[in-house]
Design a protein around this ligand. Structure first.
Ligand SMILES: [Zn+2]
Length: 141
């Protein structure tokens, strides 16, 4: 299940590499140029653009479902900003397909990584055949 989550990160990083390489190729920037523009663009601007795209890809990955790779939705504020020891403030996101939830702490010294809670298959009990239970009878007339 975690394959899609990892595959999305790989696709985004490959896109960052390809975009940067395409700009290098389109601008015909050589890595070793002694002109001011060549050094400015080839040595400073494009690497900064690449690092920015990698940063955005990793930041976007943080708010994706660990099972299916979709963006997490429905943020709910939890906790109490006055609670210094217990009940820390945070935001909770859920996967729209019910795979799990992510709790991101909003805390000054929040060094802990976001907590992912995996849910079981919520549709499983709907599709399992019922054992011999009460049979449905016709409604009374
Ligand atoms: Zn999901």
């Amino acid at each position: 299940m975690r394959f899609r989550y990892t595959a999305w990160l790989v696709v985004k990083l490959l896109a960052a590499v390809l975009i940067t390489a395409a700009i290098y190729a389109a601008a015909q920037v050589k890595t070793v140029q002694d002109t001011f523009d060549g050094i400015l663009i080839g040595f400073w601007m494009l690497p900064m653009l690449f690092v920015g795209m990698v940063f955005l890809a990793v930041r976007d990955q943080r708010f994706r479902c660990r099972a299916c790779g979709r963006r997490l939705r429905m943020p709910v504020a939890e906790g109490n900003y006055g609670g210094m020891l217990l009940d820390h403030p945070g935001t909770e996101y859920v996967c729209p397909y019910g795979h799990g939830k992510l709790r991101v702490e909003v805390w000054i010294s929040a060094g802990e990584p976001p907590e992912w809670t995996q849910y079981g298959d919520m549709w499983e009990e709907l599709f399992t055949p019922r054992a011999a239970g009460p049979t449905r009878s016709a409604p009374p007339e």
